[in-house]
Design a protein around this ligand. Structure first.
Ligand code: HEC
Ligand code: HEC
Length: 325
């Protein structure tokens, strides 16, 4: 993984939407080497990437009973949730039962999955040895390993899964409309020299959900580095439009620009106060205090979270007609 590509910023690019999106720049902080290594944990079928360690079926049972059985069943058989055992040999029948025992082609995938994702929701809480142990126990439940087995980085890749040659990607896990999350074909000729990985969210979405992500303490995936101080405050890097501010501060959940939702349309408010002196100050007080009765019986809760400068900007824009272009 190369460092220059390792910007959280690359993951978040806002498109120009009806809310006049500005492309977001310099969002996030450069990842530290420690953060990169904590993400760079994939394990290959041949065992490449497996850290040294070991664990036995017996040790795994204690971990499993305490931390896994509640969701996956005492014997991995959970029918109403996600079974980890059973179904071996059923994949090509009319009622295939896909479990890690029946569907995986390599045991290393099981280790990798548990290591990165389980136990839900406390992923990454198991030590390396514990992951070997619980992997051994899950394989024992599936009758793939004997009771006295111990796994380490050398023996795990040698485990022969029952479905070694039958792995398919033609379906999704659970109900993903038949589509797996990720499907890639290796490009063998005329390949793009450079690809840009982006993803898009509606303007304001991330902040509404998470606030300023640079101030987050990254506790996921073993990452504990807070680099917020290295990043510039949002206001310095991105000048938001008033419409984006209104979205960010939650106003647009109740007010449409053109249409009433719970509260009146912004354009209707502009018309109503077109000739009112000091409308901006009047409305600022109203928004801060909340209230009902001017437009109907619906109530606006007191809007205490929006900074005064942002509110002034939103109201000035609103009173000028709430134009989004
Ligand atoms: C609170 C419930 C919960 C607990 C506890 C839990 N899991 Fe899971 N497990 C899940 C869910 C939910 C999924 C499916 C996740 C997904 O698809 O994103 C899952 C998926 C899995 C899978 C992949 C199943 C498949 O068919 O691909 C394995 C393997 C697994 N868990 C092992 C474990 C192990 C080992 C533990 C204990 C260390 C554990 N789980 C603890 C909920 C749980
Ligand atoms: C939970 C819904 C809700 C949210 C969130 C909300 N409003 Fe309102 N807003 C209303 C309702 C309902 C009214 C009508 C109140 C009335 O009739 O007195 C209103 C009225 C207004 C008015 C007109 C006040 C008047 O007296 O004529 C303005 C201006 C306004 N909102 C701006 C905002 C701004 C700016 C925000 C974001 C900071 C916001 N609102 C967030 C529901 C909401």
């Amino acid at each position: 993984m190369c460092r220059s590509s390792a910007w959280l910023a690359a993951l978040l690019v806002f498109s120009s939407s009806s809310l006049a999106g500005t492309p977001w720049q310099s969002l996030g902080a450069p990842l530290t080497d420690r953060e990169i290594s904590s993400w760079d944990i994939d394990v290959r079928p041949d065992g490449q990437g497996l850290p040294p360690g070991k664990g036995s079926v017996e040790e795994g049972q204690a971990i499993y009973d305490a931390q896994c059985a509640s969701c996956h069943g005492t014997f991995g058989e959970s029918n109403d949730y996600i079974a980890l055992t059973g179904g071996i040999g059923t994949l090509t029948t009319s009622s295939p039962q896909r479990t890690v025992a029946s569907k995986l082609d390599y045991a290393t995938t099981l280790w990798d999955y548990i290591n990165r994702a389980m136990p839900f929701p406390h992923s990454k809480s198991l030590s390396v040895d514990e992951v070997y142990a619980v992997t051994a126990y899950v394989l024992n439940l599936g009758e793939i390993l004997p009771m006295d087995a111990t796994l380490d980085e050398k023996s795990l890749p040698l485990v022969e899964m029952p479905n070694r040659k039958g792995y398919t990607q033609a379906h999704g896990f659970m109900t993903a409309d038949g589509k797996p999350d990720v499907q890639a074909k290796a490009c063998m000729q005329d390949c793009a020299a450079e690809v840009t990985v982006t993803s898009e969210l509606p303007a304001g979405f991330t902040e509404e959900m998470y606030g300023d992500i640079r101030t987050h303490f990254r506790a996921l995936a073993g990452m504990t580095t807070l680099q917020a101080t290295a990043a510039k405050p949002l206001a310095e890097t991105v000048r938001k439009s008033p419409a984006e501010l209104a979205a960010t501060h939650g106003c647009l959940t109740c007010h449409g620009v053109d249409q009433a939702i719970v509260g009146p349309a912004f354009k209707a408010i502009a018309e109503r106060y077109a000739d009112t002196p000091d409308a901006e100050a009047l409305l600022a007080a109203k928004v801060r205090a909340g209230g009902s009765g001017v437009w109907g019986s619906a109530m606006m809760p007191a809007q205490t979270g929006i900074p005064a400068a942002d509110l002034a900007e939103v109201l000035a824009w609103l009173l000028a007609g709430a134009h989004t272009k």
